[in-house]
Ligand binder design. Structure first.
Ligand SMILES: [Zn+2]
Length: 293
């Protein structure tokens, strides 16, 4: 066998080995382009070790990260979208929903539950960007409103974690009505002195930003999250002027009072525990407290 054939065989062996490596072993950081090892990313809660960019984190991972182990109990499952408008874009909405449900194994773009965080009982809703861009239609609005009503009923703090492209266009006006519905329940919570903490992650935009996501008693954002209402191009056209640098980021918004705190993912749980404790301990607010001892 000539050296050339041997070398060719060697190359073939290497390339066939390479094809055995799964594609998802490495990820490129969308901000600094550093190539990141999957296992390392898992350890770092999907935060780039090189530049600190917060990559997207699934709904399930957020629940595991924030809630006390074994305390999460899902509520209001089984509510699914109908198609009263018989909407059709490139596909029928009914078919789009069906395909998305099959692909993701999820019912819609939010999951609600009751849990404890640092032993403090909460009613919590976590949005899911993997389901039609985390868009808010009637199901998302209804489930969040019901989870907030649980906070009223059981007198426990409310938490909503947002990751959303905004209202779901396929449900048109029905989507927009969810802004009013969720905001109305939040007004009742405020009247009753029940705390609401909103967590904004990348991205939180449109009707979600314009309703519950920015109505928290405390609005907490992850670093570098895109948070805004309309896209920069639309605003630029409307106001006919240039926009300040980075004006739709957590860092810009914390300077201008729309966000209260920027918290890295690894510190989110501790921050929630401290904030909840501040609300429920030693204050004249009638909410459920953690058990003594
Ligand atoms: Zn990076």
């Amino acid at each position: 066998m000539s050296w050339l054939t041997q070398a060719a065989k060697g190359i073939k062996a290497i390339t066939s080995q390479k094809s055995d490596i799964p594609d998802n072993l490495w990820r490129k950081c969308p901000q600094c382009s550093e190539v990141l090892y999957h296992r390392e990313l898992e350890r770092n809660l999907w935060v780039c070790g090189s530049c600190g960019h917060h990559l997207s984190f699934t709904t399930e991972k957020y629940i595991e990260l924030l809630c006390d182990e074994g305390s999460w109990q899902e509520t209001h499952a089984g509510i699914v979208s109908l198609d009263p408008l018989e909407f059709r874009d490139s596909k029928r909405y009914k078919d789009r929903i069906k395909a998305t449900r099959q692909k993701t194994g999820k019912e819609d773009a939010v999951i609600c539950g009751r849990a404890t965080i640092g032993l403090i009982p909460v009613s919590m809703s976590v949005m899911d960007f993997s389901f039609m861009g985390g868009s808010m239609g009637s199901v998302v609005g209804e489930k969040i409103a019901r989870a907030l009503l649980d906070s009223l009923q059981y007198r426990e703090a409310a938490i909503i974690l947002s990751q959303s492209g905004g209202a779901r266009m396929q449900e048109s006006l029905l989507s927009l009505m969810q802004m009013a519905k969720t905001s109305a329940v939040l007004a009742r919570l405020r009247k009753e002195g029940i705390p609401f903490i909103s967590i904004l992650t990348n991205p939180t935009t449109g009707g979600v930003t314009a309703s519950y996501a920015t109505l928290g008693d405390v609005n907490v954002a992850e670093p570098g999250a895109l948070i805004g209402f309309a896209g920069p191009r639309v605003i630029k056209q409307t106001i006919g002027g240039d926009l300040p640098e980075g004006f739709q980021s957590s860092e810009f918004l914390v300077k201008h009072g729309m966000v209260d705190l920027i918290v890295e993912r690894k510190d989110l749980k501790d921050t929630l525990v401290r904030t909840l404790q501040w609300f429920v301990e030693g204050r004249d607010v009638s909410v459920r407290r953690p058990p003594r001892g």
